[in-house]
Design a protein around this ligand. Sequence first.
Ligand SMILES: Cc1ncc(COP(=O)(O)O)c(C=O)c1O
Length: 418
Amino acid sequence: MWSRHLIRFSNNRWMSTSVATNVKNIMGWWDHVLPAPKDPITSVTEAFLSDPSPLKLNLGVGAYRDDEGKPVTLECVRRAAESISGCEFLESTKATTKSKFVQDSVKLAYGNDSNVVREGRFAGVPALSGTGACRLFAQFQRRFYPDSQIFLPTPTWSNHHDIWRDSQVCTSTYHYYDPDTKGLQFQALMNDIKNAPDRSFFLLHPCAHNPTGVDPNYEQWKEISHICKIKNHFPFFDMAYQGIASGDLERDATAIRIFLEDGHLLGCAQSFSKNMGLYGHRVGCVSIVSRDENQATAIKSQLQQIVRAMYSSSPVHGPLLVSAILNDADLKALWEEEVKVMVDRLIRMRITLRQNLEELNSSASWEHITKQVGMFYFSGLSPKEVDQLQRDFHIYMTNDGRIRGDKQQCGLLGKCNP
Ligand SMILES: Cc1ncc(COP(=O)(O)O)c(C=O)c1O
């Protein structure tokens, strides 16, 4: 029953009690929603932005920057953008653009002469960059193995935990990084793979492990592949940094090639954020190797259905850019050259940082800085030391001590002598 009683508000306006009750109910809808815990990476940027010091330095963001701290647009991307100008508006090319992009993308991961690609034994769809690719796979895993879990390395990119949690897939961890040696805990890793239930899902970083920069070597990958095969595990490779470990795109795909050679059915997330600098375009691909072409068709249709219900379809501009680069010999050669320039610079920064720290006669060993690979240095600084750097020197990084390695100022970091 609607009540006719009126109530008077402080601004002298009147409202019937029934409406007021309704407003109260509506206001009650989200009262239980509390702020989400801060993301460990974006919260570094927030703290950095609110620091008024002109000396402040943000080493936390996972994106490549030039000497002035500015994002880099690769020349190959500029030229590709000119060559495809207008194509993204052609409705008729959407489907072909996407399937071409998937084909080009998986060739980069699996190899130009890969049997899997030649025989059409893979299902792939474009994804919203590496994050979207992981999320699509997590949803797929949940759909077909609802009671399964996935093993993640300790540590790993923090979003891995969030992606699989939000897809309602349980996560477990396996040993990876040894804080004492600042290297790989290979034996413990092998034991964890051995002791996991048969047919488990394992997430592997094929190159430039984030956040540690520590990768298994060729022989170790062979052993990991071998034990995964014996245990019938499903390897899922999250390849966000192809090219960024060694400067060589083929070499950085070695782990995946080893697993393919050993006959694994595997999954792969690819991102073009770092190696083509396409962060804002969100270009990536998720692919799953299958037993035969029919299985590939079935898997692809399921991935497409997951995409359809989430965001219908992905944008085409990024895939057009990537395909333009990968299918033009000159642009591809230019891209490879530009990747190499970025990686050589990252290596030079590592050497300078280590030299500067050693010149301070620090009692600690800084050898790991030049041993690690990729975009980050896993410095080994404790959360307390990270806090001190932030408080006293306005230098920002994630509290696990991860430093983005493209800052010219990184070389000067040692001079701060915290
Ligand atoms: C290991 C790993 N996977 C995936 C991603 C996702 O990157 P993006 O979504 O920008 O491609 C990142 C980014 O930092 C990463 O480090």
